[in-house]
Design a protein around this ligand. Structure first.
Ligand code: FAD
Length: 454
């Protein structure tokens, strides 16, 4: 048994949200311990943004998030804005630039952000222990119903008397003894990239404590095509093009009707429409456009691609000027020659001239160019996903504190919640904002606890 005095706060998960929350809480004077099961910390931040970490977005607002409770996202985001995080980045002298639509990237390496978070923790006297795994959690007797504890103890063959929790603390049974804390923060993130430490621990804990947890699925993920749809496109791997892309259902009621308490119910977050670059790959489609709509796509549905995006097409189909052109050359006005060739081959019209085509064939060409429907075979899964869609139901959490409504002293931050950002730095901004709101609340709770008469 670890004989240390109880920590004010234990944070499980030393990722973006956990480290940031711990640093802020530590600097507010709390005794904070962070534990993580990974041997190397900050790996997800290190690999993010292609190694340059797209750490926030100047335009982050709730419309950039998928959550069944958008008001929750708004409540949290407005308490810690991108400008707050940018001020911190500047304080550490980290050079950065805006790449595209408000996306801020480090000029050098994303390691600078990891080092900054570590330095903030150090400044707050935060202790970080890793690799350390938590085998069971026991709620204080006065925090809420702790039925989960019994199950966990049985699972690990422990004597329930030994672990009976009359202490009034959260008790964590770890691979290195017991740890006690007045407040517990779950910051274990989502399921993407299992090779660098992702786990369902936070989701399981929430479920076992009786919380609603929505179904989860990979988001911001490349899509695979069936071999028949991929036919003729294989040679295009590596080619990218600006498109307007649509996925999901515009029917807003669908979300309301979905019973998210049923584990296998898929969530629909409505319809996503983006004008971004699409990239052909060996397995199907990727690039920012496809990653964005993948978060709205449901298995079995089609996505629609307008290859002309915002191009002015009228003049280029003008018969008097272009009627003599072959279809592949006509299409090459709008897109790379290789793609124009592949499309006109698929339409069976490569050899034909535009002027020779009848109404029906012309309509096929325009439909192909402006509303190409394809049913992806699936996503490339957790290994390739950047985020997890779904998670702990936000109706379980108070957005002013990030504390669970059912359990006093238990908090959830970051990606383990049902809050998923679009591509472009919004997910990190969510991690910072939720971590910050939580840290403020931890301090307030600790102040009120320590002023209670003993
Ligand atoms: C390849 C890639 C690139 C990305 N690029 C960007 C980007 O440029 N901009 C952006 O905004 N977002 C990006 N994201 C998303 C972003 O990384 C996440 O949204 C963000 O890291 C979530 O923060 P978090 O703290 O909630 O979870 P994480 O950062 O995933 O941290 C969770 C931590 O919990 C630990 N943990 C998990 N289970 C346990 C357990 N059982 N016990 C102890 N510890 C545990 C993990 O080891 C990890 O350290 C990217 C994601 C990927 C995969």
């Amino acid at each position: 048994m670890n004989q240390c005095a109880p920590w004010d706060v234990v944070v499980v998960g030393a990722g973006a949200a956990g480290l940031f929350c711990a640093g802020v809480a530590g600097q507010r004077g709390l005794r904070v311990l962070v534990i993580d099961h990974a041997s190397v910390l900050g790996e997800k931040i290190r690999i993010s943004g292609g190694g340059r970490c797209n750490f926030t977005n100047l335009h982050t607002n709730p419309t950039h998030f998928l959550c069944k409770n958008p008001g929750f996202v708004d409540d949290v985001l407005h308490r810690y804005s991108p400008s707050h995080f940018i001020a911190l980045v500047k304080k550490y002298g980290i050079a950065f630039h805006e790449k595209h639509r408000g996306q801020l990237f480090c000029n050098e390496s994303s390691k600078a952000i990891v080092e900054m978070l570590m330095a903030e923790c150090h400044k707050g006297g935060v202790i970080i222990q890793h690799p350390l795994s938590v085998q069971a959690v026991r709620a204080p007797h006065d925090a809420g119903v702790a039925s989960f504890i019994e199950k966990e103890l049985k699972h690990h063959n422990l004597d329930s008397n030994q672990a009976a929790n009359e202490s009034g603390f959260w008790v964590l049974q770890t691979s290195n003894g017991f740890i006690q804390a007045h407040q517990l923060v779950v910051a274990t993130g989502g399921l993407p990239v299992p090779a660098i430490g992702a786990s369902a621990w936070g989701l399981e804990l929430a479920r076992q404590l009786g919380f609603a947890v929505t179904s989860v699925q990979p988001g911001l993920v490349p899509l695979a095509l069936d071999p028949k749809d991929q036919q003729g496109l294989e040679s295009l791997a590596g080619l990218s093009m600006l498109v307007k892309i649509t996925a999901g259902q515009a029917d807003a009621d669908r979300l309301k009707r979905t019973d998210l308490s049923e584990a296998n119910t898929k969530i629909s977050y409505g319809q996503g429409i983006f004008t971004e670059d699409l990239l052909f790959t060996h397995k199907g489609l990727s690039g920012p456009a496809v990653l964005q709509v993948s978060s709205y796509w449901q298995a079995g549905e089609s996505i629609s691609i307008n290859w002309l995006a915002s191009q002015d097409t009228g003049a280029r189909f003008d018969e008097s000027r272009h009627g003599g052109k072959r279809v592949d050359n006509l299409l090459a006005q709008f897109m790379p020659q290789r793609l124009a060739q592949a499309f006109s081959d698929r339409l069976g019209l490569s050899e034909r001239r535009w002027a020779e085509l009848g109404k029906k064939d012309r309509a096929r060409v325009t439909d192909y160019l402006t509303n190409w429907q394809v049913k992806p075979a699936g996503t490339l899964g957790w290994k390739k996903a950047e985020v997890m869609l779904g998670g702990v139901d936000t109706y379980e959490i108070n957005p002013q504190t990030m504390m669970a409504k059912r359990y006093r002293g238990l908090y959830f931050v970051g990606e383990c919640l049902d809050v998923t950002g679009h591509l472009g730095g919004h997910n990190f901004q969510w991690a910072w904002a939720s971590g910050f709101v939580c840290a403020q609340a931890l301090k307030a709770a600790e102040t009120s606890r320590s002023s209670e008469p003993h």
